[in-house]
Design a protein around this ligand. Structure first.
Ligand SMILES: [Cu+2]
Length: 198
């Protein structure tokens, strides 16, 4: 016959509580120490509007810290996420020197289907501009600031190195990147509301 009065249970519970308190204390200590913030994962949605007239990343600008990860989520439509880098179809270099370019390829599926997300972890501080391969000309681009923006390629004006003969950033896309100063100030810059879109 089963019984609930197990003499060993009491001490187990006390031990579990002690371990729990110790864990909580460690977490508090870590959170209080400067420079040891726990790395975060932030989500950016890749969206095709319901009426099919707009394609955009939302938020279009985010400020993160080195070690943080961005997870792009394919909400609807077909999109990709690629860094502005000559390695990606000879696009203009607009990520920090020493940072690795990325290219998700077309994401296949709508969240939460497999293949509908892509993650990239950012370690080098600076400004990163990126685009969606199928919709770059329509202005589907975004900007990420990691830590201090510095004065790397992503902070320079478009066409800053004409002698390199990189593919120019499309006109429709240029107006979409939020200013670096605004991203740093606000932390997150949401995509413009549909009413503001052309
Ligand atoms: Cu797209």
């Amino acid at each position: 016959m089963p019984t609930s009065s197990d003499p060993g249970r009491g001490s187990e519970v006390v031990l579990a509580r002690r371990v729990g308190w110790l864990f909580a204390l460690c977490c508090c200590a870590l959170a209080l120490l400067p420079g040891t913030a726990v790395a975060r994962t932030l989500e950016v949605r890749a969206v095709l509007s319901k009426d099919g007239s707009r394609v955009y990343f939302d938020p279009v600008g985010i400020h993160i810290q080195p070690g943080d990860t961005v997870r792009w989520v394919q909400v609807n439509g077909y999109h990709s996420v690629a860094a502005y880098d000559p390695a990606n179809g000879n696009h203009e270099l607009r990520i920090p020197a020493g940072a690795k370019p990325w290219d998700s390829g077309i994401l296949l599926g709508e969240y939460p289907a497999a293949g509908s997300t892509f993650e990239h972890t950012f370690t080098v501080p600076g400004v990163y501009d990126y685009f969606c391969q199928p919709h770059e000309a329509a202005g589907m681009v975004g900007r990420i600031v990691v830590g201090e923006p510095g004065d790397g390629p992503g902070t320079r004006p478009f066409d800053y190195a004409p002698d390199k003969h990189w593919k120019p950033v499309p006109q429709a896309a240029r107006a979409v990147f939020p200013a670096v100063s605004r991203i740093v100030k606000d932390g997150i810059v949401r995509a413009a509301p549909a009413s503001a879109a052309k």
